[in-house]
Design a binder for this molecule. Sequence first.
Ligand code: ARG
Length: 469
Amino acid sequence: MKAQREKAKPVSRAALAKAADRRLVALSVSIQDDAALFDEDIRGSRAHVAMLAAQGIVPRAAARRIDAGLRRVRAEFAAGKIRFDEKLEDVHTHVERRLGELVGADAGYLHAGRSRNDQVALDERLFIVGACDRCDASLAGLQRALVAQARRHERTLLPGYTHLQRAQPVTLAHHLLAFVEMLWRDRQRLLEVRRRAAVSPLGAGALAGTTLPIDRWRTARALGFAEVTRNSLDAVSDRDGAIELSFAVALSAMHLSRLGEEVVLWSTREFGFLVLDDAFATGSSLMPQKKNPDAGELARGRASRALGDLVTLLSLPKNLPLSYNRDLQEDKRPLLEGPKALCLTLDALAGLVETARFQPERMREALGGGETLATDAAEYLVEKGVRFREAHEAVGAAAAFATRAGRPLSSLTPEEWRRFHPAFGKDVLRCFDPVRSLSRRELPGGPGPRRVRRELERWEAALGMRRKR
Ligand code: ARG
C-alpha cells in the first residue's frame, strides 16, 4: 500500500502533456481548509454509490466494498490519520485516492454521474444544514442563561440608557430579555437559511447533468433533503446558501458584540453593575490587580471577523460567468470558520452570563435622584389634560432649575413644581417612585413587572426550561 501511495498520481490531468508546475500546485491546494468537510463529503459519496447500485449503474458488490471503504476513510479522517498531499488538491480527491488504496480498482466506480462541482455544492449544503443546527443549539443555550438571570432579577431596577445616558428605569429582567429577543430572531433566520439549503444539487454534474440513468430523488432522500435543484448550471455555480449563512452568522455576531460591550462596560469599576466569575475573567501578565472581561471583548472582535467573512463570500461570485469557476473554492475558510467562531462565542457568553453576579445596589444608585422619571412628570400633566409639548417644556424648566440649584429632581416640593405649571398638584411627588413608574408600564412590550413575568414564563416554556421554585 505504501508503494501505491508513493506512485499516487495528482488530480486527473488526462488531457495535459505535463505535470503541474509546483507554483500552480501551491496556489491551488485547498485541503488545509476543506478537509473539515470530510464527513459531509463521505455522506454524499455513500448516498451516491448506493443510488448507482440501485440503478444498476455499478455492481452491488462493488458498491458494498466502496461503502465499507468510505466508512473507513471517514474514521481515518476523524482520527487525523489522512496524510495531506498538495498534489491531490482538495478533500474530494483525498477521499477518492484513499478509497482507491483501500478497495482497489473498484473505487473507480464511485465518481460515475458526478463531478467535483456538484459534489462540493452538496458538501456545502450539508455543512450549512449542520452549521444551522449547531448555531441554533448554542443560541438557545445563551438564551437560557439570559432567561435564568432575568428570572433572578425580576425586581432589580436600573436605568435604561439611550445615548449611553441614563434615560428611564427598567428592570434587569427586561434588559436581559432584550437580548433573548435578538437571539430568537437569529434562530428564525438560521431556520430559513437551513430550509433553503436543504436541496440536493447532486446530479447537476459538472454543469449539464449526466447521460447515466441516475435517480436524483433517491440521493436527495437518503441525505434528508426533500427537494432537488432545478437547474444544473445554477446548482454548481450558486453560493447563496453560504452567503445567507454568513449573513445570519454576522448579524448574530453583531448582536453578541453588543452584549459583549455591555459586559465590558458593566464590569468596570465605574459602572460596577456586574462582577464576573473568576472562571470567566482573565488576568494581566503585568498588572497583578487586573480582572479583565476578555470574553466580552472577543465577542466584539469576532463580530468584525464575521463581517469580513460575509464581504468575502458576497464578493466571490460577483461578476462570475456561469457556471462553476475556481474562484468559488475560496469560499471555504469564511464559510467553515464563521459558524464555528459564532458557536464558541455563544458558548463562552452563556457561561459568563450564567455565572455573573449582577449588583442590584449599584444599579439602584445609578437611578439617581429622579431625573430618569422626568417623563413620568410630563405624562402626569398630560393626564391632567395638558398638551404634551407644554408639559415637556414645564418639566424641562423644572429639571434645569434643579440642576442649577444642585438638587435632585425628586427633591422639588409641590409648591416649586407649581411654579413651572399650575396643573401640578401634591401628588406629582408620586411620579418619583420608580417601582410605581414601572408598575404603570404594563403595556405590551413594556417593562411592567407583570408583563415581564409573562414574558419570562413564555420564554421558559419556549426554551424548555423547568422552573425551580
Ligand atoms: N475544490 C474545489 C472547490 O472547492 C472543488 C471543485 C473543483 N472543480 C473543478 N472543476 N476544479 O471549488
